[in-house]
Design a protein around this ligand. Structure first.
Ligand SMILES: Nc1ncnc2c1ncn2[C@@H]1O[C@H](COP(=O)(O)OP(=O)(O)OP(=O)(O)O)[C@@H](O)[C@H]1O
Ligand SMILES: [Mg+2]
Length: 409
């Protein structure tokens, strides 16, 4: 059995789409597949037409039962999607997982022990992760034999990639684990020059750390999700379906070649090496930058994810910066209802500093005047605590999670 975690802290890069459609393609090839949704947004249920209001228990209940004395078995919460595919749904409760497990020593291994119990029942377990590196993603990494990092082929996606791999590397240094990490080019739009250049660079740099298969941008994939179907059911003749079929074949084939070569690498080592590669890559593809604008002007920003030009402009604004005499925090969460910030400066009370949504672009910002000093903080996105994905300066906190750090000089 292989457990494949689909990880990228950047939102909207195609994690759920890859998870659902790879799972479904593997099932169609006769493999027994379990899809585990670890994202409190529970998009796997939405994408597979599982009625959310009917989900009484989710993976949250199973995981949390590990810390209590009333075990709930994974089989009690599963939904059958097709002959060979089952879904372990998520629920919004998952956003409280990190806090709930704060005092529990083995909290990083909850998912691993749940999956170990069904070892032998499945050929593949696919784990869809939330767009944040916190305890949920770390549980997925600990359980994984393989990690797929879907990467949108836009400049800004590369920017995120480098930071994200560094973060994962820090997290994984603590545990030596045999796992295969590879990058997957997703939402590739061959019509844009930037996408073509970036794909060429990705291939050049990552070579065998990258899937040969590319998931193209295909509107049928989007449509399939809105109808609650995997692409192989919605439109078996589509280009999107061909891509996922090829990816499934590559995943199966890689297993065979892996066994022959008997490669054993630790997760931390691999992440470190591909993170360095991502940094080099970023230098190669770095576009000319415009003079910075004030954050208020961002209301005009275009939302379209595949437009490289937009990415270039936005990359200047995310994270923290000092503008005039205030610290400005800017981040991107297109689907969030509520983004708050908690840190040393407000006694870790997120309600005191809600971030403001900037137009319809999915950008959130807030600013505050702070005396000189070093401040640690985390973002609270729809109740889920996470590090600022656009601030590279992080620090491990006593709970084993990462705080973001900013200095006012
Ligand atoms: N190859 C593709 N072609 C067309 N649309 C795509 C493709 N991949 C993803 N999408 C669309 O892009 C959007 C974001 O994709 P998805 O939900 O899979 O990303 P995600 O990384 O799981 O997001 P989040 O971080 O919020 O969980 C969705 O509307 C999805 O239908
Ligand atoms: Mg998702």
């Amino acid at each position: 059995m292989r457990t494949i975690a689909v990880v990228n802290q950047k939102g909207g890069c195609g994690k759920t789409t890859v998870s659902i459609n790879l799972a479904s393609a593997l099932a169609e090839m006769g493999k027994k597949v379990l899809l585990v949704d670890m994202d409190p947004q529970s998009h796997c249920a939405v994408g597979l037409a599982v009625p959310e209001e009917q989900i009484e228990q989710s993976i949250y209940d199973v995981l949390i039962s590990k810390s209590r004395n009333e075990p709930i078995r994974l089989t009690e919460i599963l939904w059958q999607i097709s002959d060979k595919l089952e879904l372990s749904p998520a629920s919004i409760d998952l956003s409280a997982f990190e806090q709930q497990m704060a005092g529990f020593a083995d909290r990083e291994n909850c998912l691993k022990s749940v999956i170990d119990e069904v070892h032998g029942d499945y050929d593949y377990v696919i784990v869809d992760c939330p767009p944040a590196v916190g305890l949920l993603t770390f549980n997925a990494l600990r359980a994984a034999s393989d990690v797929i990092v879907p990467v949108e082929t836009g400049y800004f996606a590369l920017h995120g990639l480098s930071k994200q791999l560094e973060t994962l590397s820090i997290l994984c240094k603590r545990c030596r684990q045999e796992v295969d990490v590879r990058v997957l080019a997703s939402m590739y739009d061959i019509r844009t020059k930037m996408a073509r250049e970036i794909l060429a660079e990705l291939r050049n740099h990552f070579s065998d750390r990258m899937y040969g298969t590319i998931v193209n941008f295909n509107t049928k994939i989007k449509e399939a999700a809105s109808f609650g179907q995997p692409i192989n059911e919605y439109d078996p003749a589509s280009k999107g379906q061909k891509d996922f079929e090829a990816l499934a074949r590559e995943v199966i084939g890689w297993e065979a070649s892996q066994q022959q070569r008997e490669i054993v690498n630790s997760l931390a080592d691999q992440l470190e090496s591909i993170s360095t590669t991502a940094d080099d890559l970023l230098k190669v593809t770095k576009p000319e930058r415009e003079a910075p604008r004030a954050p208020a002007e961002m209301e005009e920003v275009d939302e379209e994810p595949v437009l490289a030009g937009t990415d270039e402009k936005l990359s200047d604004y995310y994270g923290v910066s000092l503008i005039q005499d205030a610290i400005v925090f800017v981040t991107l969460y297109p689907r969030a209802q509520d983004v708050q910030i908690a840190g040393d400066f407000n006694n870790w009370q997120p309600a005191e500093n809600p971030m403001q949504r900037v137009g319809e672009s999915g950008v959130w910002q807030t600013q505050m005047k702070l005396p000189r000093g070093l401040y640690r903080y985390r973002l609270v996105v729809d109740g889920q605590w996470q590090q600022d994905p656009y601030n590279e300066w992080t620090e491990l906190n006593p709970y084993g999670d990462l705080n973001s750090v900013v200095e006012v000089k």
